[in-house]
Write a new protein. Sequence first.
Length: 112
Amino acid sequence: MLVILGGAYGLRHAISYSMQNSHLAIRLLGITVQRVPFSHVDRVEVIPFTSVVPLTRSFRADMFVSLKWCGYREKVVAITKRTGLVKRVIVSAEDPDEFASFLRRASGSVRD
């Protein structure tokens, strides 16, 4: 269990995010692994990390099938896309509320 938590905490430093002109770039160890175009963002919400962990009280079944580009943080940002096979992306920004607010403005998403 300690190894799992240590790995989740360590991912906070291995994964980074940047807002480009038209998309969110997600990088793992400096290599872009996913781009989320702002035009594809339908919804952005800040949720507790435990919402994406099965077998916890606050687990949300709608978050089970998602791309989890996150390490452990108390709160994470859940992005719902309009397109794609997997419509949800979970990220763990340093300041989730500010990150979500910026992403909402950039994408024109008014739903949260």
